[in-house]
Design a protein around this ligand. Sequence first.
Ligand code: APR
Ligand code: ZN
Length: 251
Amino acid sequence: MRWIDRFDPETSLDDVTPDLPIVVLTGAGISKESGLDTFRDADGVWRRHSLEDLATPEGFARNPALVQGFYNSRRTQLATVQPNPAHQALARLEAAWPGGVLVVTQNVDDLHERAGSRNLIHMHGELAKVRCLECEAVAHHLADLDEASACGGCGSTGRMRPHIVWFGEMPFEMERIWAALAGCGLFVSVGTSGTVYPAAGFVADVRHRGMAHTLELNLEPSEGASLFAETRYGPASLIVPAFVDELLGRL
Ligand code: APR
Ligand code: ZN
């Protein structure tokens, strides 16, 4: 396995040999063209709703019905949207790339798995799952949650919450993510503003290790754009398939 001995700002896709693993971080921008709003664009979710009231443990404790209603409407919306060519391209890349592909998504929608991605981590949780505050059981659940909802594990009612990571909570599977970043030959970021940690710090971590090419695929430069060795801008449904076709064309 050929590693780049030290970080070389001139790295390019030419350095990414097929034996090297790829890690792809995705954010809300990859699902925008499927019809799901992002968070910080002009029409984003946090432009219309209070993040403190809807995406913190304190907000949930203050007004659980308000929070359940917010996630119930987003959960219901899942049935009305479809994966777009960007999700499908990443699934194609995973199926064909010899070195392996891990998609680490900040998104809580199920569009990556519905597009065919299997090696996938939802670091901020999933709309289609709920968790019991009594016994921590996690279950697949697409219906509305309310105070009458019962846990399939311990049977308690009124103790179910969305299986979503709120601000101030620890994202899921971080050890597995750090290990994948340490060993990848290519780190690609798609459709994220690069404003929320730890995901926003992944590119710096990869570059610090100096062993991988880093590529930002976004509609516009993210907060971390200057940290990427290569950047390409445009709608994900166009630039992600083009990137995947280019990479697979080298096999
Ligand atoms: N194609 C590609 N990128 C797009 C598109 C598109 N069609 N539309 C928007 N974008 C880009 C925006 O330019 C922006 O940089 O997607 C990014 C979306 O940024 P955010 O709205 O901040 O979403 P994200 O980065 O995923 O937020 C991270 O914050 O609120 C928390 O937990 C939530 O996971 C979320 C996290
Ligand atoms: Zn329970």
